[in-house]
Write a protein that binds this ligand. Structure first.
Ligand code: AMP
Length: 212
């Protein structure tokens, strides 16, 4: 199974798509945001940067993601939210070259800003199993309000899921992450998905992977 890199603005559906692929195909999802959030509970500087929607230092993120990849022992993975800058993409390419690993598939989720804003203001997550729900879109309502369907943990709002922080994260994305599309187009193909329906996004991804 090919490794996947998902490039997308905040709240485009990277997390939800990854979860579906993980349960169906046995991928391991490496979400840079989740890996960093796990460390941020005991690191105030990191916590404050993330709360403000600022990008974390490239070398730090790369080390965290690289360690997580090496622990997988060759299992297929999805990179969700990494790389997010050209520097991270170059560090990752160097890592792949050194370890003789293929790049895999690059998928770009191209979702309009108005939809992202709506999603951010209504998103609630499970801090335990990372499942994602919505208080607005009935397709993503938890069965019992405020409780995770999967692990029954209490659901929370992410501290960076507010419109003000979203605007900063969206600007960061346009400035730092969007240029990755050209970087990867120079290395090979970037597959673009424009659908806002996550089931459709999922079935299109399965087709790209050659899975029915
Ligand atoms: P996410 O969960 O992907 O929305 O990421 C949440 C926050 O984690 C971002 O706003 C950044 O502060 C930080 N972060 C996640 N991934 C990266 C990355 N690849 N590079 C730098 N900062 C990141």
């Amino acid at each position: 199974m090919k490794n996947l890199i998902l490039i997308a603005p905040p709240a485009a559906g990277k997390g939800t798509l990854s979860m579906k692929l993980t349960s169906k195909l046995g991928y391991i999802c490496l979400s840079a945001g989740d890996l960093l959030r796990n460390i941020s509970y005991s690191n105030e500087i990191l916590d404050n940067l993330m709360k403000a929607g600022k990008l974390i230092d490239d070398e730090i993120v790369f080390e965290v993601v690289k360690d997580a990849i090496l622990k997988l022992d060759g299992k297929p993975y999805i990179l969700d939210g990494f790389p997010r800058t050209l520097k991270q993409a170059r560090l990752y390419q160097e890592f792949l070259r050194e370890n003789n690993l293929p790049l895999g598939l690059i998928i770009y989720l191209d979702i309009p800003k108005e939809i992202l804003e709506k999603r951010v203001s209504s998103r609630i997550i499970c801090p335990n199993c990372k499942a994602i729900y919505s208080t607005f879109d009935s397709k993503f309502f938890p069965k019992k309000m405020g409780i995770c369907d999967h692990c029954h943990h209490e659901l929370v709002k992410r501290s960076d899921d507010n419109i003000e922080t979203f605007d900063k994260r969206y600007d960061e994305y346009n400035k730092n992450t969007k240029p990755l599309l050209d970087y990867y187009r120079n290395l090979g193909e970037v597959f673009v998905l424009t659908t806002v329906d996550v089931d459709d996004m999922y079935s299109r991804t399965l087709s790209l992977l050659g899975v029915d």
